[in-house]
Design a protein around this ligand. Sequence first.
Ligand code: CP
Length: 310
Amino acid sequence: KKFIIDPMDLSVEEIDDLIALANDIIKDRTRYQDVCAHKILATLFFEPSTRTRLSFESAMLSLGGKVLGFPTANVSSASKGETVSDTIHVVSGYCDIIAMRHPKEGAPVVASSTCTVPLINAGDGGHNHPTQTLTDLLTIQREKGTLKNLTVGFCGDLKFGRTVHSLLKAMSRYEGTKFVFISPDELKLPEYLKEDILDPMGIEYKEVRSMEEVMPELDILYMTRVQQERFFNEQDYIRLRDTYILDEEKLQAAKKDMIIMHPLPRVNEIKTEVDADPRAAYFRQAHNGRFIRMALILSLLGLQNEVERL
Ligand code: CP
């Protein structure tokens, strides 16, 4: 596959292969340290990022490759009015693979029209974030030992949260998945995801307002930040931002083996006292991002079996 724009661009079998490769890399990453020698990754981020950009760069450097990119969009020629398709057309000639983030939904589809190297969507508006999904799936597999028969509670901003939209699509394909959507009315899951994914696939789900009422039934609690940058109205953001705050008291009702995930960054929605709880998986999740991105880069460059030959 050349372009990874939506999590559905990868089959379940391809995802399982990437998870297996990432687990092998975690076991002994020194075996992979030269596989991408002479390869260049471009990270084109038109929107802020810490984890995604730096874990992509760390992934390529850990494979022996090189990275290039601009630190913020305002130092690129996008600030002079250059289109995404022209930028990608040009940068395709400077590198072997591109990871791009853009605030506009659909920007990676536009980019793919002129891109001549593998292209990875590193987040487009409130739409998709497929490599966060791969990070999440690797984390779930490592923490729970399976991706099947799990009840996943998504909590917070389910309207704008692209990590929720992408993980929902991917998890819907694993047998026995059930979803619980916990949000205020204003931040409910978009209808198109119910109509296009959940209903046709016959996925069991419910929508609730209260985190407490569903806590005991969850295998995974996936907390999210209320996405200030996607609100049109500051007053609405201020009113909604602290709707859910997870603390140790609320966790007393949770299963002993439930895991707490969060794509990060967090603002207020998980108290720092929760960090010491063994069920808090979100920093392990962030670290897994480097290894699954190493696996994805290898796979897109066709180098996944190269380590055996080195
Ligand atoms: N999870 C995530 O996408 O984090 P960044 O915005 O820091 O990349």
